[in-house]
Design a protein around this ligand. Structure first.
Ligand SMILES: *Cc1c(COP(=O)(O)O)cnc(C)c1O
Length: 406
């Protein structure tokens, strides 16, 4: 076990603070480490394995493709890509897909298409708006779109002509929106940012200004999409239809694939050679994504919403009985944010939960984030609540958590 930890320190660039657990096997929402210890996974590889670990249907589809044809270039017609595009359109809107390999690449492609589209409309129509506290990926272009300094520090110079609007501040939006804006990037719920949803008023104002100034509305559905928030896509919580949505994470349930779904009025001005990706929409990834999406239906959405409300009720009941620990709960389907009081550190809670065999992550500044596979049930809510209660009680004994012994 120690060897794995040392080996990874010695041989991998230190971009992650890695939890010293070595997972080797998974099934649904359970994961086993190299020592045979079992964990309840409430983070899904950060919103990726939504359809459960080792999903059988996906495994079967990828194995079949592996034995048939592993790779051919996008310079040929890869016959399943159009079918996958239609499956995505069926859950969103009519348009055309560009396939790539990750969320950042999907956003990068959306940005490139928005610039091509805007520059063709009028000279200088290439400004882009994004929101403060957003997250859109880790390439130079997508950290520029990401309105959080911690992801951008040290990487200057970033992209020009990007401006940031405060979340849900319609006055700030109006001040920064003009006819030079080619596109605005949004997340239905800022996920990395702390599980913060757009307000209906703000979205209404975006729709109005985008119409007035002829600008594209782009929803980054990389985390919110594919059922995560209890709708097929996060934008469907609002009265708006975007021009472009981007997705990745759960689309292949862990097999790398990203996509941008683009309305025809934008897609139809793209020309061969403007953009490309060697692996984008490759046969294996497409097979995985079709098998994943074929499992996402209204029944699954209703299960997601039902477990979501079980989580929310349990957390609110805990909060009422134990004042001073949880200061807010926001649940959008199975994307759940638990605001912790300043006296309790999310890092300590995560360590305590991990020690009790439950994998969770953070978001924002002091928010505990739950992003479980859609296979979880009310039973896993109980397991979580029990471990959370124990974790908080243990922390009270050793530090300054309210109600605890100093
Ligand atoms: C994870 C994420 C991305 C980046 O996706 P990668 O696949 O890591 O490049 C972009 N946007 C949002 C909203 C995300 O959650």
């Amino acid at each position: 076990m120690n060897d794995y930890i040392k080996d990874s320190k010695d041989n991998l660039v230190d971009f992650y603070s890695r939890t010293p657990i070595v997972p080797v096997r998974g099934r649904d929402h359970w994961v086993w480490d190299v020592n045979g210890r079992k964990y309840l996974d409430l983070m899904s590889g950060i919103a990726v394995t939504s359809f459960g670990h080792s999903n059988k249907k996906i495994a079967r589809a990828v194995k079949k493709q592996l034995d048939t044809l592993q790779h051919m270039s996008n310079l040929f017609i890869l016959k399943d890509q159009a079918m996958l595009s239609k499956m995505i359109q069926d859950k969103a809107f009519k348009g055309k897909c560009f396939f790539c390999n990750s969320g950042a690449e999907a956003n990068e492609s959306a940005l490139k298409m928005a610039r091509i589209w805007g520059n063709a409309k009028k000279s200088g129509k290439n400004r882009v708006l994004a929101l403060h506290n957003s997250f859109h990926g880790r390439t130079i272009a997508t950290i520029t779109l990401t309105g959080q300094d911690k992801y951008r520090k040290g990487f200057d110079p970033l992209l020009p002509a990007v401006d940031y609007v405060e979340l849900n501040n319609t006055a700030d939006l109006e001040a920064k929106f003009n006819s030079d804006v080619c596109a605005i990037f949004l997340e239905a719920v800022q996920a990395e940012g702390g599980i913060l949803p757009l307000s209906h008023d703000f979205v209404a104002k975006i729709r109005e200004l985008a119409l007035k100034h002829n600008s594209l509305v782009i929803f980054d559905e990389v985390q919110c999409g594919i059922g995560r928030t209890g709708k097929y896509f996060g934008y469907q919580h609002f009265n708006i239809e975007p021009d472009i949505i981007t997705m990745a994470k759960a689309l292949g349930n862990g097999f790398p694939i990203g996509a941008a779904l683009v309305k025809d009025h934008v897609a139809d001005i793209m020309k061969p050679g403007m953009h490309a990706s060697t692996f984008g929409g490759n046969l294996l990834a497409t097979a995985a994504a079709m098998a994943a999406l074929s499992q996402l239906d209204m029944k699954m959405l209703s299960h997601i919403n039902s477990v979501s409300s079980t989580f929310k009720k349990a957390l609110e009941a805990y909060s009422a009985a134990n004042p001073g620990i949880i200061t807010g709960v926001r649940a959008a389907g199975l994307l759940i944010g638990i605001d912790l009081d300043a006296s309790i550190s999310v890092a300590d809670v995560i360590s305590g939960m991990t020690a009790r065999g439950i994998l969770v992550i953070r978001a924002g500044t002091n928010v505990l984030r739950l992003v479980p596979p859609f296979t979880v049930t009310a039973r896993e809510v109980d397991i979580f609540m029990k471990a959370f209660t124990e974790t908080v009680e243990a922390l009270k004994k050793v530090n300054t958590v309210k109600g605890g012994v100093k």
